[in-house]
Design a protein around this ligand. Structure first.
Ligand SMILES: [Zn+2]
Length: 161
């Protein structure tokens, strides 16, 4: 097993190619050439290939490609290409506001004295946790909505508009 390490190192050569839909540069491991992945920018499937102009002489597609996890998960591609950028932004702003509110509340609690101190800190922590939970739930709802929209769209360009 130890003797194989140099071969594995060589297969880890990184390469770049443009997305076939939006032209964004995608970095991947040379051994992944020939695989189809979801583009992080446009969310469409794109083929990974080794560009001939690249100065990576060792980056040839391996005759026995090692099956590796794509660098970008479908969820990341989905979120990057959301159909609800405004909704997701509002959700992030609300989460940021609740985070700031909780920090202010905790500071206020620390600086105050008497029974108000414990109550302020407890309420701040509680509101932060519930804000976080709401943010995760909202994320999941947007993910599901994006998934539902995506599924028919990836079937091809057969659909007339
Ligand atoms: Zn793309």
């Amino acid at each position: 097993m130890v003797g194989l390490s140099t071969t594995i190192e060589r297969r880890r050569m990184s390469a770049k190619c443009p997305c076939q839909n939006c032209n964004v540069h995608i970095e991947f491991e040379a051994a992944q050439a020939g695989q189809t992945v979801v583009c992080p920018k446009c969310g469409m499937d794109t083929l990974l290939f080794i560009s001939p102009v690249q100065p990576t002489p060792a980056a040839r597609p391996s005759p026995h490609p090692v099956f590796k996890k794509p660098m970008l998960t479908p969820l990341e591609g989905l979120r990057a290409n959301t159909a609800y950028p405004g909704g997701r932004r509002v959700m992030n702003i609300l989460f940021g506001a609740s985070l700031i509110g909780a920090i202010i509340g905790i500071f206020g609690g620390v600086l105050s004295s008497g029974p108000a101190q414990g109550i302020l800190i407890a309420v701040s922590i509680g509101s932060f946790i519930s804000g976080w939970a709401a943010w995760e739930i909202a994320n999941a709802i947007f993910d599901m909505a994006d998934c539902a929209l995506r599924r028919p769209a990836t079937d091809g360009k057969k659909n007339p508009v």
